[in-house]
Design a protein around this ligand. Structure first.
Ligand SMILES: [Zn+2]
Length: 151
């Protein structure tokens, strides 16, 4: 996979910034709604209604949680584009680790700091266009999710 070009990085940056402002707006209005629902709970006498409200509220809070997680991922991706991330934007750090491990056999470790992000591990463009804040390639995303479930 080729490394993303400057033009592509600019495009992802614009996309991520747009998604970030959309999500931030959503979280704000959802939080207001969840709050309003909890205020109503206090004055509702019917148990059945209360049950529904609690369900709605839980659903809403779940959405907020996911959106906040996504916002975090977008901010991280923007950091990577700005060269302030833990690895270069568009690279899969786990692929980089694998490549590094393979190379270690024959190559003396380079003194250069940050060589960890060894950019031969680029995530396919189609994936980045669909999910610009992706941290890993599809294969390693699955590994990561399995690890999280079993943790
Ligand atoms: Zn990978």
């Amino acid at each position: 996979m080729p490394k993303p070009t400057k033009a592509e990085l600019a495009k992802y940056k614009a996309l991520l910034e747009m998604q970030l402002s959309t999500l931030k707006g959503d979280v704000g209005s959802m939080r207001d709604e969840a709050l309003r629902a909890s205020e109503q709970d206090a004055s509702v006498d019917h148990l059945a209604d209360q049950g529904t409200d609690n369900y709605d509220q839980g659903f809403m809070l779940g959405l907020i949680e996911n959106e906040e997680e996504t916002i975090k991922l977008i901010v991280e991706a923007l950091d990577r584009i700005a060269d302030r991330g833990e690895w270069p934007f568009g690279a899969c750090p786990m692929c980089a680790d694998e490549l590094e491990a393979q190379k270690k056999v024959k190559v003396v470790k380079k003194a250069k700091a940050g060589a960890k992000g060894a950019p031969e591990a680029w995530i396919p463009k189609a994936r980045l266009e669909y999910l610009p804040w992706a941290r890993y390639c599809v294969r390693h995303q699955e590994v990561e999710e399995r690890n999280r479930e079993s943790a």
